[in-house]
Every structure is written in structure tokens, then in C-alpha cells.
Design a protein around this ligand. Structure first.
Ligand code: SF4
Length: 472
């Protein structure tokens, strides 16, 4: 185990210092103590004008094991645009629509989703035993804006400015201004933990940033452990400490212990999927993870598309492989349209990530999935005469390549699955009451999805498909 290179509280300061050293415009991506200690859900924290986190799937642990502490990027060369005039003209034409579609992001940032998703009855609550959180208003974007907002932050040149810094009023970091908890954090360490104490969430979010920990995996792991204790699968005595629902006061300490793998932290640092194996008995029934990755805050049983998306995502419980589409989920569209939608959505995210396109701008400004508008913009920037079909083919190549990486690590149909609760327990109350995805439904979805993709019945890309894509 590597000794921590930094003192914990210096993590954010070091990011700023490294950026300052490289001069104006430099941006630093750095792991924290959790990455150094090999916490499986350690992340990479980003500085710059709109601080954020490359949060999911343990990239901080990967950097840590390679003894890579930070990367600083700076440069002065102008980005070359093949057809700047057409690009600017198109951006001007689209700007009114984009402004209108991103209004809530500009005002509240992603936390505007808390009340919206709760009103649909799809906000994972108390380890997803229900999806209606009675106290959503207490942890909402509206509440943060009213009581905690300090200033907006934006990525270079972005008029949306969805980032927010907030004042910490109470708790460990009182008196500081810090990065706001995003929607996914409000879900994971808020509603999933049945925790209505917004001060504890703001402090917990900042503790995760200082330590370099993914807030989604942290919160969902805590809620899993809390339910296992509640159901008598494991006792506080056996794990050495209390982990309870609605206990915001304990959160910062549990996060710090996780980063240091100290006491109970050594267990929590494994994440919920490995803990389910360790706890045994019926622990698997309370797990909310796919392929070992805790599921994000877009309901795997309320959103029909996300049932298929999470199960086939190359990263597991990620909401950035296939995307939620709330507009099309109401009224209940059923499962039939989902394989085609998720296939296209996965092209969209694969291409968007390769272009380094902000998801919010792409979805709200250019539309989703991939479309003529996006193909045109790519053409203006690169000078390529690229069609929508060619762009989709790039998405297909990327997703197949990712799948092949999974396959070489033993992934197949048996892993394209969903948590027990999603497949066996319908949502018990609220507007989405009754929704779930049974094993039979999932099997039917997978059959259609694999056929569309040109994969065999075990979820392995066929030789013909790989030849067609030039990935032989
Ligand atoms: S909308 Fe996208 S580009 Fe703009 S500030 Fe937010 S994350 Fe950055």
C-alpha cells in the first residue's frame, strides 16, 4: 500500500498550485488519498474554471496503482476549425433553443433533477426500497439555490454555466465555499440513505472531493450496508461501526475512513458488490449494482430504457452509456422500443465522448441520438464530409471495441443482468408504481438487442460483425 503523498486537506490546494505553476488556462486532474490507497471507487478530481470529477469505475485507483498522481494540461495554440464561419453561424442560429432548453441547468445546475425525478416516482430512496422521497424538497436544487448558492462556474466559453459553488453553513467544512453536490450525489448520499440533511450532503460531497472518491459508489455502498444491518444480514459488531439510514452526521467520518481504509473503511473501500459476496446470506437481494458498479440515479426499474441500458453498459451501472429519456417514458412506453433506442443512445454517448462533447449541450442543443445536426457540426470542425450513417458506424465500432475488451475479461450474457430488486420487486408506490423488469422481460430485451447488434445469443460480437466493422 502506498503511503499518502499529500495531507488530505491539501488535495484541492495542490490542484490549484499545480495549475498556477503552469500558468493561465492550465487545468489539473489529480487523484486524492483514496486513489493512492487503492479504494476501488477512487476517482479523479478536475480543477479548472468548472471543477468536476471523472467519477465512475475507479479511474483514481488505476492512476494510483500506476503511481500517477496528477496530469496538468496547458497550451496556447488556437484550436483549428476547418469552417469557422459556418460553425459560428450555426451556433448563433441554435443559441436561442439551447438557452431555452438549458434554463434549469443555468439556474440550479443538475440538482434541478431532484424534484423532477421524484415527481415521476423514480428517485431511488432508502437503498431503492422505494422511489418516492418524502423529503425531496429539503435536498433539491431550489433549496440549494435559495440558501447555499455562492456563484456559477462554467467550462471554457460555455454560456450555460451549470456548475455552482456553494457556501458551507454547518458541519466539518463550515465557512468554506465548495463545489456543489450534483444530482447524482444528492441521490446517492441523500435519498438513497434516506438522508434529508442537506448540510451533511454538502459536507459529504466535499469530503469525497478532498479524498478523491466517487460519490455515487460511496453513497450506494453505505445504503447497501445500512439495509444489510437493518435486515440482520450483518451486525454493527461484526463490521465494527454503525452505518445507519438518515444519519448524515456520521458521513464525513465514514468517507475519510474509506479513503484511508481505516477500520470499517477497509470494508467500505471494496464497494457494495464485493461486500455482498463477503456478507453472504441474502445480501445480494439488497445490492443495487451491475457488473460491480453501483447504479446511478436514473431508475433501473422505473425507466424502461435504463433497464436494458444498465444491464448492457460496458461499465456496469453507468448512466452515460445509454441515456435516460424521461420525455419518452411518460406514459409508460413498455419495453418494445427500448433495444433500438438504447443501441442508438450508446452510439451517441460513444461518439460524444470521443469528440469530448458536453453531454448537456449535445442533448439540449443538438438533440439526441446522433443526428444530421451533429454530423454537420463535426464536418464544420474537422473538414470531413461525414454523413450521419458514417458517424453512427463510428459509434458502433467504439461500442463493439469496448464490448470486446469486456469479453476478453470474461463478460458475456450472464453478466448482462440487473439487481435482484429490479427484477423481482415492483416499485411499491407513487406514479411509477408497479414498474420493474422481470428476468423474462430482460431475456427478451437481450435477445432483440443482441440481434440488432450482430452479437450471438451469448452477447459476443460475431466474426461477421467484426469483419463488417473492420475490427477483425
Ligand atoms: S453545460 Fe457542459 S460545458 Fe457548460 S458548464 Fe456545464 S458541463 Fe461545462
Amino acid at each position: 500500500m502506498m503511503p499518502p503523498i499529500y495531507e488530505v486537506k491539501q488535495h484541492m490546494r495542490r490542484i490549484a498550485a499545480l495549475e498556477e505553476q503552469k500558468g493561465k488556462g492550465a487545468v489539473c486532474a489529480s487523484i486524492g488519498p483514496a486513489g493512492e490507497q487503492g479504494v476501488l471507487f477512487a476517482n479523479v478530481i478536475l480543477g479548472g474554471a468548472r471543477p468536476g470529477a471523472a467519477g465512475r469505475a475507479g479511474m483514481g485507483a488505476v492512476m494510483g496503482v500506476k503511481k500517477l498522481k496528477a496530469i496538468v494540461v496547458s497550451g496556447r495554440r488556437r484550436t483549428r476549425i476547418a469552417d469557422r464561419q459556418s460553425l459560428l453561424k450555426r451556433i448563433r442560429e441554435k443559441s436561442a433553443t439551447m438557452k431555452e432548453n438549458t434554463k434549469l441547468l443555468t439556474t440550479y445546475g443538475t440538482p434541478f433533477l431532484v424534484n423532477v425525478i421524484n415527481a415521476k416516482g423514480m428517485l431511488g430512496t432508502r437503498n431503492n426500497s422505494t422511489e418516492v422521497f418524502a423529503h425531496s424538497q429539503d435536498i433539491s436544487g431550489e433549496r440549494i439555490k435559495e440558501k447555499y448558492w455562492h456563484k456559477d462556474t462554467a467550462c471554457f466559453g460555455c454560456p450555460v454555466a451549470c456548475g455552482k459553488n456553494v457556501h458551507v453553513i454547518k458541519g466539518e467544512y463550515a465557512g468554506m465555499t465548495v463545489k456543489m453536490p450534483e444530482y447524482e450525489t444528492l441521490y446517492a448520499v441523500g435519498s438513497m440513505l434516506d438522508n434529508r440533511d442537506i448540510d451533511s450532503i454538502i459536507n459529504g460531497n466535499h469530503a469525497c472531493d478532498l479524498m478523491g472518491i466517487d460519490t455515487i459508489s460511496m453513497g450506494v455502498t453505505l445504503s447497501f450496508v445500512a439495509e444489510c444491518i437493518e435486515k440482520g444480514i450483518i451486525s454493527e459488531k461484526e463490521i465494527g461501526e454503525k452505518v445507519d439510514f438518515a444519519d448524515g452526521a456520521a458521513m464525513v467520518s465514514l468517507i475519510k475512513k474509506t479513503a484511508r481504509k481505516e477500520g470499517i473503511g477497509a470494508l467500505l473501500a471494496l464497494g457494495s458488490a464485493r461486500l455482498a459476496g463477503k456478507f453472504g446470506k441474502d445480501a445480494y437481494k439488497y445490492l443495487y449494482a451491475v457488473k460491480g458498479l453501483e447504479i446511478a440515479g436514473h431508475s433501473a426499474r422505473g425507466l424502461r430504457g435504463m433497464s436494458l441500458s444498465y444491464s448492457t453498459s460496458t461499465r456496469g451501472g453507468s448512466h452515460h452509456d445509454g441515456r435516460p429519456n424521461y420525455a419518452k417514458e411518460d406514459p409508460d412506453p413498455g419495453f418494445t422500443p427500448q433495444p433500438k433506442y438504447i443501441q442508438k443512445s450508446q452510439y451517441f454517448t460513444a461518439v460524444g465522448d470521443s469528440l469530448v462533447l458536453c453531454r448537456f449541450i449535445a442533448e439540449r442543443g443538438l438533440g439526441t441520438p446522433l443526428n444530421e445536426e451533429i454530423a454537420k457540426i463535426v464536418g464544420y470542425v474537422t473538414g470531413w464530409d461525414i454523413t450521419l450513417a458514417e458517424l453512427e458506424r463510428i459509434g458502433e465500432r467504439i461500442y463493439n471495441l469496448e464490448r470486446l475488451i469486456n469479453v476478453t475479461r470474461g463478460i458475456s450474457r450472464k453478466d448482462d443482468t440487473l439487481p435482484y430488486r429490479v427484477m423481482n420487486e415492483p416499485i411499491p408506490e407513487g406514479p411509477a408504481k408497479g414498474r420493474y423488469c422481470s428476468k423474462a422481460d430482460l431475456d427478451a430485451l437481450l435477445d432483440t438487442f443482441y440481434a440488432l447488434r450482430g452479437w450471438d445469443q451469448n452477447g459476443i460480437p460475431t466474426k461477421e460483425k467484426l469483419t463488417e466493422l473492420g475490427l477483425k
